[in-house]
Design a protein around this ligand. Structure first.
Ligand code: ADP
Ligand code: ADP
Ligand code: MG
Length: 445
């Protein structure tokens, strides 16, 4: 097992990883930007080093600086968290070359599955049903021709996309040219890659994803599904597990398909396959996330498996000790993403100094955050400031527990979306579980 790990991330996920390392007796090295000197991950790690100015491109994405610190400190592995360098095959490769384990998928697998167009082709070949659409479109003329085949409405998507960016809805041919250009421009600036493909826009769908773990010996275990259909602008807002709409039979199919896909990809580590599920019960592969997800705690709460510790064990060469037949899901968990933003003001990001902070507690209530009283949220990074997760024996009890926890939570000093979550949890479509990915876009304020 490793004795020292560098965490190449910030915020709640850096804290989550540091905690796992502490429990495993592993020393931790944090890196931070000039804007994060007072960040919690800096003081919780055993050692911390500044790696550059506030913009992520000059600090948290600075591979040279991170690898220099890693070598200087003599770490055996780097955990990239999510976002930032977590899905960057070049970084994974440079870690490998430096003799440092990258705690994530191997670079070649990341290349294959991180490119969303290539992943679609790989999955199609493996016999996995894929969202109807086309391969890369090189020009607008190509796009117009392919769109005729696919039919409207459709989505233009970026091959390198993530975090909901680079996606445009097109209702008819007259909208195609403008959407094509703006998607390409957004993808180019966000990911340095403007390549696009298109998919049929599936209506009234559920976003259902399956969490998996694979070890180096080729053992695959699926840890049930998450329903992430409560979304705003293609970004997840609430996640839960298990999904109300997934029957035992469908879960079996999803598990088998996901295990097949993981084997086909030669996957190693923790990963997630995202599917769209239509009203008639058909599911289609959408993408694979070759990393830890934001919403991983939901799965941890229902299965009792620590995904971060599992990632670390797999990266150190240990085999999985859990088998598919051992996976038991007898709880229900819900996560609300708490963002520093103003729902009354078009969700404008809000930053400032945290005043009174009261974190809800009680049995099976978890709050993953990097906040503390007096902390000033810097304006440079993601607006997610915490994740409130609860679990209970039944979904009804989990909803009540989440309502109680949200009521109890106090975060003064910034605008945040806790009240919006509370409102959502009381709505009939949430209570009966029938909400689909278009729900928030169509909801009256
Ligand atoms: P999850 O699938 O885990 O819910 P999100 O889509 O919410 O992940 O993304 C998690 C974080 O990673 C967010 O900060 C998001 O902006 C960032 N992110 C996701 N994909 C990419 C990508 N391809 N490039 C850059 N950042 C990304
Ligand atoms: P990202 O890489 O940004 O996470 P995804 O391909 O996972 O992008 O899509 C993000 C979200 O957009 C999905 O969770 C879903 O709600 C919606 N979406 C994506 N593709 C389709 C589609 N073909 N039809 C309907 N909704 C879609
Ligand atoms: Mg996605």
């Amino acid at each position: 097992m490793f004795s020292k790990i560098l965490i190449a991330n910030r915020g709640e996920i850096a804290i989550r990883i540091i905690r796992a390392c502490k429990e495993m007796g592993i020393s931790t090295v944090a890196v931070f930007s000039e804007a994060d000197r007072d960040a919690l991950h800096v003081s919780l790690a055993d050692e911390s080093y500044c790696i550059g100015p506030a913009p992520a491109a000059q600090s948290y994405l600075n591979m040279d600086a991170i690898l220099m610190i890693a070598r200087f400190c003599g770490v055996q592995a780097i955990h990239p968290g999510y976002g930032l360098l977590s899905e960057n095959p070049e970084f994974a490769q440079r870690c490998e070359q430096a003799g440092i384990e990258f705690i994530g998928a191997p670079a070649d697998v990341m290349r294959k599955m991180g490119d969303k167009d290539m992943a679609r082709r790989t999955m199609r070949q493996a016999g996995v049903p894929v969202v109807p659409g086309c391969d890369l479109v090189a020009t607008l003329e190509d796009a117009i021709r392919e769109a005729k085949q696919i039919g409207y409405p459709l989505l233009i998507k970026a091959r390198a996309g993530g975090g909901g960016r680079g996606i445009r809805r097109v209702n008819g041919e007259s909208e195609l040219a403008a959407a094509y250009r703006s998607a390409a421009a957004e993808a180019q600036s966000a990911f340095g890659d403007g390549a696009l493909y298109m998919e049929k826009l599936l209506l009234r769908v559920k976003h259902i994803e399956v969490q998996l773990l694979c070890d180096r010996k080729g053992h695959v275990v699926c840890l049930g599904e998450r329903d992430c259909s409560m979304q705003r602008k293609n970004q997840k807002v609430i996640e839960e597990s298990p999904a109300v709409c997934v029957s035992g039979e469908l879960r079996k199919q999803l598990t088998e398909t996901t295990a097949l896909a993981a084997r086909e990809a030669g996957y190693v580590g923790a990963g997630t396959i995202e599917y769209l599920l239509t009203e008639d019960g058909q599911f289609y592969f959408m993408e694979m996330n070759t990393r830890l997800q934001v919403e991983h705690p939901v799965t941890e709460m229902v299965t009792g498996v620590d995904l971060v510790k599992s990632q670390i064990r797999i990266a150190s060469g240990q085999p999985l000790t859990i088998r598919q037949k051992d996976v038991r899901i007898d709880h229900h968990a819900i996560e609300c993403r708490i963002n520093a933003e103003d729902p009354a003001n078009n969700f404008r990001p809000s930053c400032g100094q945290i005043g009174i902070l009261h974190i809800p507690g009680g049995p099976n209530v978890r709050f993953d955050t990097a906040l503390y009283q007096g902390y000033s949220i810097p304006p440079f990074y993601d607006s997610m400031i915490g994740k409130l997760i609860v679990s209970a024996r039944t979904r009804e009890d989990a909803i009540r527990k989440m309502q109680a926890a949200l009521c109890e939570m106090v975060i003064e000093g910034v605008n945040h979306n806790a009240q919006m979550h509370l409102d959502l949890l009381c709505e009939p479509v949430f209570i009966d579980g029938s909400y689909t990915t278009d729900y928030l876009a169509n909801r009256k304020a």
